[in-house]
Design a protein around this ligand. Sequence first.
Ligand SMILES: [Zn+2]
Length: 275
Amino acid sequence: MTPRFYDAHNHFHDERLVFCGAATGAGAAKMVVNGSKESDWPEVLAVARRWPLVVPSFGYHPWHVAQRTPDWLNELARCLGTIPSAVGEIGLDRWIDGHDLPEQERVFLPQLHAAAERGIPATIHCLKAWGRLLELLQSHPLPKCGFLLHSYSGPREMIEPLAELGAYFSISGYFAHERKHRQREVFRHVPADRFLIETDAPDQHLPPDRIEYPLIDPSSGDGINNPANLAAVYRFAAELRDEPIEILAEKVERNFYRLFGGLCEDSERRVFGGV
Ligand SMILES: [Zn+2]
């Protein structure tokens, strides 16, 4: 039987993908589409209503916290109440220039609470703030179903304490680049029942020789990642984990449904009300 593929994290609503006419997730059985600021939440909702394979997720990314309006948290609650959805992409980032970690935490924590109190998964972005993230996760309520650390770039030693708290870890095709050796090694140690796969399209593309569906953003001329490269990311992950792709795909499917399954049961896209 052909394996079914699941994209645990992308930004399919991104105008560069819509503009370029990217395939609607060719090969994906489900994809979690993450908003990253108030202004893109309506687009996430629109793609979720249009394509049943989309699991919508609404959140404020740490790069965009300065853009939030006074009503942002109410707006998030409205989105979460409109359609079965997750919280994300949220997080902490000390890599970006001019970061303000206390300000990021003021936005991260209420979103984490929103996921915990609703019992829905959260997707977390973290760069160079792993110690602080672990402290916060250990001292705040977390979603019972678990949470996703997308494109996990933390140390190997933190996998176990994070997994105890309910973490899943997703790998993107970006880690197939030669220089990402350390991170590839870390992903060999992620427990089999916590391993997920993502494209992060339109970002985090594979090395050129692994890209099956090249895509160019006509406005910039830059290459961008097509979510249809999901199968190629699975092939990379199967090599890394040293197991047949069919076996890996079965495990990833189980993991995906354990984390996001509560949002996938209703194929009729049950709508609670308007945004
Ligand atoms: Zn992302």
